[in-house]
Design a protein around this ligand. Sequence first.
Ligand code: SAM
Length: 214
Amino acid sequence: MINFKNSIGRVTEQVLIAKGITDKNTLDALRKIPREKFVEESLKELSYSDAPLPIGYNQTISSTYTVALMTQSLCLNKSHKILEIGTGSGYQAAILSMLCMSVFTIERIRNLSLKARDIAGKLNVHNITFIIGDGTIGFKEYAPYDRILVTACSPDVPEALFAQLSEGGIMVMPLENGGSQNIFVIEKKNGKMCSNSIAPANFVRLIGKDGFKS
Ligand code: SAM
């Protein structure tokens, strides 16, 4: 049982399981990484409510369920190298870091990236590389990636990201269509995209060369 102490509106293990989060490794990672460390002092008590919370700069940390769903959908193992777009608070990157070999995470807002790096250091998480820049163009230097997770909503799958995904790899990202958003699981099979919508979503926008313009 996940024991989220000192929190109002707890997200218990049963709630996550009831909503379809059954991957033991994902649940273990959620137990290990303290979500309250990634939000402002005044929001700590709300940090386990099943809602996105503000992290400054008009950005948000995703709800625990959304983090759990996206993590589980990546089907991770300890040999994987992951690219995350949208570091935000750094919470999702820290969860991923428990389940793979290495995480490269890109954030366009410098202060968010620096803060996330600082928190990861304090938690002794050392397999995350923090990059400041436009994640819609990916990070060629360490490509290909076994898994790619985009935590901001885009009108389309950015070409560079799909190019940097390994053959057989999985990308999870929210896409916007006709004003509504859905989370997609996209697999690369023989160089082609096979995608599947898994849940409605409500993410901030992916802003950059291959995303929204503002
Ligand atoms: N994964 C984050 C967490 O665990 O807190 C939540 C991410 S928040 C919903 C989306 C983030 O994507 C924001 O911090 C935003 O600044 C960032 N973002 C938007 N467009 C981006 C881009 N082109 N490249 C990198 N980051 C971007």
